[in-house]
Design a binder for this molecule. Structure first.
Ligand code: ADP
Ligand code: MG
Length: 250
């Protein structure tokens, strides 16, 4: 791209993205730029469009207007290879969604083997390395229902990492957890940040967003009302609605 230094291409960029459901606008001209190795936290009330934004970024929802770019390539144009795009993005949702009839190791190696066509031994070695890094090596042979919610969610993160994604999308990954299990999952996100993983996460954990995010994006009725470094959005919001939201939630 002209005028841009090599390596400064954002990993993800949304440009004037619009999305409606049944005539009801859910994302209204959303612009968002996610630089490499950065963490973006989406905050906002329930129904403000956080999940829809993440689902659009992963092409789980088709946008009505605007454009989304992954590593500079427009992924929302009709000719884009959607499966190839999804292979470059790891996603973790609120409910862990592990396959109950597969062991931890089988859950983690499923996509690398089936989608990325990696050899079994290679996929398993990589999975075990990741599980070990997240303190889950001893659980490799267990079925999900033998694990705590926090462990299951950490396995879901390992599964999302197993394909070596360029970008990780995390949608309220601690919302379904008992309070005492939230910390272990957030600490994994912290570690991934330290390792340079590019992430976009939606969260109601404001303290965590403040600590881990490089930029915070406040969504209000599908509009990005305020966006900036956490010190600014949390410490000195320019919008009255941001103040109201933070007062209610903190
Ligand atoms: P958040 O994650 O911030 O709570 P969502 O993105 O889930 O917000 O939802 C934003 C709005 O879009 C809500 O009003 C929700 O009811 C609506 N919505 C989300 N998904 C769908 C869908 N598949 N069909 C119809 N409406 C939807
Ligand atoms: Mg949501």
């Amino acid at each position: 791209m002209t005028g841009e230094l090599p390596g400064t291409e954002p990993v993800l960029r949304l440009e004037a993205v619009r999305k409606s459901f049944g005539g009801h606008p859910v994302l209204r001209d959303v612009d968002l730029t996610v630089p490499a190795h950065s963490v973006t936290a989406l905050i906002g009330a329930s129904g403000s469009g956080k999940s829809t934004l993440l689902r659009c970024a992963n092409l789980l929802e088709e946008i009505d207007d605007g454009a989304i770019f992954l590593d500079g390539e427009e992924i929302t144009e009709p000719r884009a290879d959607q499966d190839a795009v999804r292979r470059r993005i790891g996603v973790v949702f609120q409910a862990y969604n592990l396959f109950p009839h597969l062991t931890v190791l089988q859950n983690v190696t499923l996509a690398p083997r089936r989608v990325h066509r990696r050899a079994r031994a290679e996929a398993e070695a990589h999975a075990l390395e990741l599980l070990d890094r997240l303190g889950l090596a001893a659980k490799a042979g267990e079925y999900p229902d033998r694990l705590s919610g926090g462990q299951q969610q950490r396995v879901a993160i390992v599964r999302a990492l197993a394909t070596g994604p360029r970008l990780l999308l995390l949608d309220e990954i601690t919302a379904a957890l008992d309070p005492e299990l939230v910390g272990e999952v957030l600490s994994v996100v912290r570690d991934l940040k330290d390792q340079g993983m590019t992430m976009v996460l939606s969260t109601h954990e404001m303290g965590f967003a403040r600590e881990v995010a490089d930029q915070v994006c406040f969504l209000d009725g599908g509009v990005v009302l305020e966006q900036g470094p956490p010190e600014q959005v949390f410490g000195d919001p320019t919008e009255e609605r941001t103040r109201q939201f933070l007062k209610r939630i903190v």
